[in-house]
Design a protein around this ligand. Structure first.
Ligand code: OFO
Length: 165
């Protein structure tokens, strides 16, 4: 049985995962408008992954006898100055999500709710992967550069990363 504090925090996280999904879908739309098809497909796929993150939490809350409650979701930004700007925002967003997951795990541990603490370990590991992935894209963008045919090569590199997801 979950405490009310835990239920509220898990519901907040459900909302954040929805936001992550919308953010990446919006970014995919921006990339598509710029002709960056590799980035578009990568971000669309990532948006679907975020929905899976949301669904896992949703199921956990309901399976433990509580009720998942959906709240309002803020509109994500839709204007970006460059593809680097997009991926810098994804990296920073993932760092924020990591902090939220860590805070959730801390609450579960402090409340001696070891079931939730154990459940959250999947998210702890996933956040490590997500930060690593987005940092590697930023590094690639910086290495390739956005001048001349840079955008073309960046788009190709990001498309390749889909095989690693
Ligand atoms: Fe991108 O990990 Fe969920 O939000």
């Amino acid at each position: 049985m979950l405490s009310q504090t835990m239920i509220d925090k898990l519901n907040e996280q459900i909302n954040l995962e929805f936001y992550s999904s919308n953010l990446y879908l919006q970014m995919a739309s921006w990339c598509e408008s710029q002709g960056l098809d590799g980035c578009n497909h990568f971000l669309r796929r990532h948006a679907r992954e975020e929905m899976e993150h949301m669904q896992k939490l949703f199921d956990y809350v309901n399976e433990t006898g509580a009720m998942a409650i959906l709240g309002g979701i803020d509109a994500p930004p839709h204007e970006f100055s460059s593809v680097r700007d997009v991926f810098l925002a994804t990296y920073e967003h993932e760092c924020t999500v990591t902090q939220k997951i860590n805070a959730l795990a801390h609450t579960a541990f402090t409340e001696q709710d070891y079931s939730t603490f154990n459940f959250l370990q999947w998210y702890v590991a996933e956040q490590h992967e997500e930060e690593k992935l987005f940092k590697s894209i930023l590094d690639k963008i910086d290495m390739i550069g956005m001048e001349h045919k840079g955008l073309y090569y960046i788009d190709q590199e990001v498309a390749k990363l889909m095989n690693e997801m």
